[in-house]
Design a protein around this ligand. Structure first.
Ligand code: PRX
Length: 573
């Protein structure tokens, strides 16, 4: 592992974090806590701190949210965010929903999504955001596991909510017009119009649950990662030093709130810092994205490597058609950021793209590049002040620089997950090495303390920055009438990081064909979700299995990459 010679010098002179090394020596999380009123009262609510407190501090008329898509174009002030989220809180209270109950939100981005999310938090309920592309199985798994009491959705997405099979789901809150409300249906617009703007906020304990984000591992169904209100300390602080947010910033996080980036850094961090948040609905296109930056004069932009690679693919000419001079700070998360992309960003945006590393489970950013720190393209950066990261071996011994091993974080930190819903043993697996959270990523640290991502330790697939569990895809595949067995791996891809590739053996009576491949891919797309559908399928007579019948993905991956298959002593035949 050679250290890359490339260094991109820091040029920011007015960054919130002036001196990283000094902050590491002097920083104390309790100093951040003291900035919140609840430090003295002990009563806390994330949504109050994010919205109401800003109104009380005089930001009531400031734009909290710019929202636009093909049909809507709106600006919502902090004052309006406060009253609309209060209204939704009252709608939930009217249904008898309160502290600790799970309320899911399953809809495309819109201002209503944000009112619902913040209103749910205001009454102390636990919010569960779902990505709009989820299909029935994905929705069912999450609502069943969490025993959700309510879902906020749209008439278009409603057919994917298996209401009849979910006895605990008492309320289906529909956002739309001319609704046909079933037995459990609630008309969002009608109820919002009738609701009071005044709400007695449910004050909770800092360790009470806030949000439930489902994410994938290599085995089993998706697991519900529980975050608590205390996470705000980290969201606020990293918003300040990593996103470098200042009050005048117009900030755009391109992630959907169905994923953790879209809540921690698409809702909480920007509002806690009193910034103006841009939300753009609709699909990705380079013209649309650059047009969004130009139109709103975006100053801080948080996106992902796949998007940057697609923008790179659209050509430098596309960039020059837009005025992107408002941009001050650009960041990336979710998958390895290629040094090539960083160099391209310097050339076309004249900006450094700052990589950040974290996970659903960590709740907030942990290893980052800061505007006032030199960047080494290809490195994820250094741990945020107040936390320690290290490379450890499987016994928890800290390895010296330049040795590859498990990327681990010293416990605890404020936004760390506190539970896996219904699954304490899964939770404990992450903390199996005394004093450490084991990320599942492998990495090394160079002699100057920069961390370099190397890969996943397990079989989790990262396609376009979205985390996909192979088991979920395999389970869906074997429901197809033609599929006898299926094994799923991530195949390296220059644009998407990885694509999903499925190896399939067919049931008797089915013959391999291109039509069958397309049909199987569609089956997953319609049943589970588009991003979990295999882009490549290969039929094989037999799949490699252990004697206990487990498909050996490691062997499939070796086949795919043309590598030696390694120890096959446990293989069936
Ligand atoms: O493998 C790492 C990769 O994404 C995983 C976490 O995925 P998820 O929980 O969906 O959260 C994504 C956004 C917070 C990690 O275990 N990953 C995330 N950031 C980076 C990364 N891989 C390389 N470089 C990164 N900056």
């Amino acid at each position: 592992m050679e250290k890359q010679a490339d260094i991109v010098k820091a040029t920011a002179t007015d960054a919130n974090l002036k001196n990283y090394e000094e902050a590491r020596r002097t920083f104390d999380w309790t100093d951040v806590e003291k900035e919140f009123s609840w430090h003295s009262t002990g009563k806390v609510n994330m949504a109050y701190e994010a919205i109401d407190r800003q109104v009380e501090a005089g930001l009531g008329d400031k734009v909290a949210l710019y929202y636009s898509d093909a049909t809507r174009d709106e600006a919502v002030t902090y004052g309006q965010m406060k009253s609309n989220s209060n209204k939704f809180g009252n709608v939930l209270r009217g249904l008898g929903i309160g502290k600790g109950e799970r309320v899911f939100i399953f809809m495309p981005r819109s201002p209503e999504l944000y009112y619902a999310l913040l209103g749910t938090i205001k009454v102390g309920a636990i919010v569960g955001p779902l990505f709009e592309a989820f299909m029935e199985q994905a929705v069912r798994d999450r609502l069943e596991d969490s025993q959700a009491i309510a879902i906020v959705t749209t008439p278009t997405l409603l057919p994917r909510v298996p209401v009849a099979d979910l006895p605990n789901l008492k309320h289906v809150i529909l956002v739309g017009d001319d609704l046909e409300l079933g037995e459990r249906g609630v008309d969002f617009k009608k109820e919002m119009a009738a609701a009071s703007e005044e709400l007695a906020i449910e004050w909770v304990d800092r360790e009470d649950a806030l949000i439930l984000h489902y994410t994938s591992g290599s085995t089993g169904k998706p697991k519900g990662v529980v975050h608590v209100h205390n996470a705000m300390i980290q969201h606020y602080y990293t918003g300040k030093i990593v996103l470098d947010l200042k009050q005048d910033d117009v900030y755009w996080c391109t992630a959907d709130p169905g994923w953790v980036t879209g809540t921690s850094y698409g809702v909480f961090a920007p509002f806690l810092n009193g910034a103006t948040n841009v939300i753009r609905g609709g699909r990705f296109s380079p013209q649309d994205w650059y047009g969004t930056i130009q139109r709103y004069k975006v100053t801080v932009w948080y996106s992902a490597p796949t998007a940057f690679r697609m923008l790179m693919g659209a050509g430098d000419d596309t960039v020059s058609q837009f005025d992107l001079s408002s941009l001050r700070h650009v960041l990336s998360v979710g998958e390895p950021l290629n040094p090539e992309v960083v160099r391209w960003g310097l050339k076309v945006y004249n900006k450094r793209i700052h990589d950040t590393w974290w996970m659903t489970e960590t709740g907030g950013q942990l290893i980052c590049n800061y505007p006032s720190m030199d960047i080494r393209p290809g490195s994820m950066g250094k741990p945020i002040p107040g936390t320690d990261a290290a490379i450890v071996d499987d016994n928890g011994n800290v390895l010296p620089p330049n040795r590859m091993g498990n990327l681990a974080i010293k416990t605890p930190w404020p936004s760390m997950m506190r539970r896996i819903w219904n699954n304490p043993s899964k939770y404990e697996e992450y903390f199996r090495l005394e004093g450490w959270y084991v990320s599942g990523d492998s990495a090394y640290m160079d002699e100057d303390g920069y961390f370099w991502f190397q890969g996943r330790v397990d079989d989790v697939i990262n396609t376009s920055g979205e985390r996909v569990g192979p088991f979920e895809v395999e389970s869906k595949l074997v429901e197809h009438p033609a599929v006898a067995e299926a094994g799923v791996i991530g195949k390296p891809d220059p644009l998407r990081g990885e694509i999903i590739k499925a190896f399939i053996s067919l049931r008797a009576g089915f013959e391999p064909s291109e039509e069958l491949k397309a049909d199987i891919a569609k089956f997953v797309k319609v049943g589970l979700s588009a991003h979990a559908s295999p882009r490549e399928i290969e039929f094989r007579d037999k799949l490699p299995k252990t004697r206990s019948g487990k498909i050996m993905r490691r062997v499939l991956k070796a086949w795919e990459l043309g590598l030696p298959t390694g120890d096959l002593s446990t293989i069936e035949d």
